[in-house]
Design a binder for this molecule. Sequence first.
Ligand SMILES: NC(=O)c1ccc[n+]([C@@H]2O[C@H](COP(=O)([O-])OP(=O)(O)OC[C@H]3O[C@@H](n4cnc5c(N)ncnc54)[C@H](OP(=O)(O)O)[C@@H]3O)[C@@H](O)[C@H]2O)c1
Length: 259
Amino acid sequence: MPTVLITGASGGIGYELAKLFARDRHNLVLVARSNEKLTQVAAELQPLGVTVKTIALDLAALPAPKFLFDQLQRDGIAIDILVNNAGFGAFGEFAQMPEEEIHGQISLNITALTELTRLFLPPMIARRSGHIMNVASTAAFQPGPLMAVYYATKAYVLSFSEAIANELHGSGVTVTCFCPGSTDTGFAKRAGTENSRIFKQFGAMSAEEVARDGYRALMAGRTTAISGARNWMVAQSTRFAPRKVVTAISRWVAEKAEP
Ligand SMILES: NC(=O)c1ccc[n+]([C@@H]2O[C@H](COP(=O)([O-])OP(=O)(O)OC[C@H]3O[C@@H](n4cnc5c(N)ncnc54)[C@H](OP(=O)(O)O)[C@@H]3O)[C@@H](O)[C@H]2O)c1
């Protein structure tokens, strides 16, 4: 049975992905900070006949990705599929944003994702098989005033993933950059964007629906996939409008909706 490592699997999109992989008979390695939530997820999924290993880790702390890799090596667990899903955003003007929020987003959304890819990719190349899915966002396609760092981190994820997908062509390993739009998870509350126009007026997809899109894209080895037809159209429209206009609209949707 193949083994999948999913970061950020204690809730939201990562949890829904874990359910899909378990139903399709994949052993799971689930990572998040909350040991309690991970244990609950494991108890729910083990009866499906798969092995579920949980590792509670703060991936934003630099040694964490290497610690995770070393622990799995010691346990003799090879990872066939890596899903870099853990990520968070923070709302507010950059000049006022606390230092830990800025560095936290960069450490988790960029550094941990890159480091996990660096560590888990070579064994996949050696086996000439494997999949990596990096969860970006539709935020990757334009600058995001009021969430400047978050949008920039997701632009990195998109660019990085598409570049290495190209490098790995013919290697037997695929890299998928998956881009959800607004999704009904714990993300908006953590980010402080629950009252933004994007969540209030435009609505959010369910985590289950989004995870299904991501799962299909990963299994098909697609390089870039945007969840939802409306999100796809919005992402495409940013290619043709002037950057200043795109940035101004991006700010408007991030602002608080009128009550
Ligand atoms: N929801 C949206 O609207 C949306 C839209 C586009 C893209 N995305 C992206 O989708 C991905 C999943 O987000 P989500 O919406 O499912 O958010 P979520 O419900 O907040 O889930 C985030 C997951 O990441 C884990 N996590 C957070 N910080 C961590 C850390 N430092 N170390 C390890 N694990 C950590 C959380 O568990 P613990 O708290 O237990 O650590 C949780 O399992 C993220 O990359 C996000 O940027 C979300």
